[in-house]
Design a protein around this ligand. Structure first.
Ligand SMILES: [Zn+2]
Ligand SMILES: [Zn+2]
Length: 372
């Protein structure tokens, strides 16, 4: 069967004839892959800056943002059944008995760093016609979300972030307990970046009642800005709004959701974080020259404004469940805008060129559905 693979030895991306996966354990399920989203991580793997094949394998089958349909299940599987649409989690435990995170199924908080990730680190991924995995890692997506289900995995970044934001903001006696979907919490959130992670994050914030601003470099009359305004958020961009003006434009910024991976943008925006605010880093910066910043101002604000800054990566089962629920909510409230996030579907044969070319669109998808 066809799969898209990265060959580190000669630094090429190729479509390969990969062995058919089979059910090996009683709890396994076989999934026919429909869609696989492409993100910055895949592009880094395609540039051979990141990622590693399984031990001894000459290549890594890439792909971690998947949507598939269950075709066959082992005798012990009750969680999914043939015909179900599923999204499969990416990270697997490190296997060290002393890792308190992995031994509790929370490898998204792994201490050792020896976790594996399908399509990224030490395990083949989902950009293949069929895949097999432990059904315990699969999350069922309602059938009516077929066209957008591939967005579940990138949405889990925001879901894990917001679960943690609520945990820490329960320090404020007026914050409702638990993440209140659609409760109109009435706070002000700023999203940095208008890629898929940022835009999905904006929808998650809007759905929770945050007054939401998106700051990005694209022009204020461009398609990204129009999309942002169509869902009820506000769009800010330079030169109309410079980073130091953010607080003046927005007021008390209760939450910053950073999704640019650009340290120069993130730390300037940190200066705009308001009283009792939380700043969440989700983007991973590339290797760039050091930036200058006034650490004294940041430190002063952190203390005098009771601020909290944290980073977050990957996601646990609770975030996957929340992402499926939220995606259904987004689909009901913003059907056109949600669908517009998937800007292209391509056959697997087009994947190597797509990964090597400049990033275009919002979420580009490699689709295996047309071949069946
Ligand atoms: Zn990704
Ligand atoms: Zn671990």
């Amino acid at each position: 069967m066809r799969a898209v693979a990265a060959f580190p030895a000669d630094r090429t991306m190729r479509v390969v004839d990969h062995p058919e996966p089979r059910l090996e354990r009683e709890g396994d399920a076989l999934v026919e892959v429909l869609d696989v989203g492409i993100c910055g991580t895949d592009r880094e793997i395609a540039r051979f800056e990141y990622g590693s094949p399984p031990p001894g394998a000459p290549y890594l089958v890439i792909g971690h943002e998947s949507l598939g349909r269950v075709a066959e299940v082992g005798p012990a599987v009750t969680r999914v059944k043939p015909g179900d649409l599923v999204v499969t989690m990416v990270r697997r435990p490190c296997g060290h008995p002393e890792c308190k995170a992995c031994t509790r199924g929370r490898q998204d908080f792994c201490f050792t760093g020896d976790f594996t990730e399908r399509g990224i680190k030490g395990r083949h991924g989902f950009m293949a016609e069929r895949v097999v995995d432990d059904a315990g890692y699969m999350h069922v997506v309602p059938a009516h979300l077929r066209e957008v289900g591939v967005l579940v995995e990138p949405l889990t970044i925001a879901e894990k972030a917001l679960i943690q934001v609520w945990d820490v903001q329960e320090r404020l006696p007026w914050t409702p307990a638990g993440v209140p979907p659609g409760s109109g919490h009435g706070e002000k959130a700023l999203v940095l970046g208008a890629g898929p992670v940022g835009l999905l994050g904006a929808l998650a914030l809007l759905a929770r009642g945050f007054e939401t601003w998106v700051y990005s470099l694209e022009p204020p009359d461009g398609p990204k800005a129009r999309w942002v305004e169509s869902v009820g958020a506000r769009y800010l961009a330079p030169p109309g709004t410079a980073l130091p003006d953010l607080a003046r434009r927005i007021g008390n910024v209760d939450l910053v959701y950073e999704a640019t991976g650009a340290a120069s943008v993130a730390f300037r925006a940190l200066e705009a974080l308001g009283t009792n605010g939380v700043f969440v880093f989700t983007g991973v910066p590339g290797r760039k020259a050091p930036i200058a910043l006034d650490a004294g101002v940041l430190m002063r604000n952190l203390v005098l404004r009771n601020q909290l800054v944290f980073g977050t990566v990957n996601a646990g089962p609770d975030a996957f469940e929340a992402a499926v629920d939220d995606l259904a909510r987004f689909h009901a409230r913003w059907p056109a805008a949600l669908g517009a996030l998937v800007t292209g579907r391509h056959p697997p044969e087009a994947a190597p060129a797509l990964l090597a070319g400049p990033a275009a669109g919002i979420k580009e998808v490699v689709s295996f559905a047309g071949a069946r």
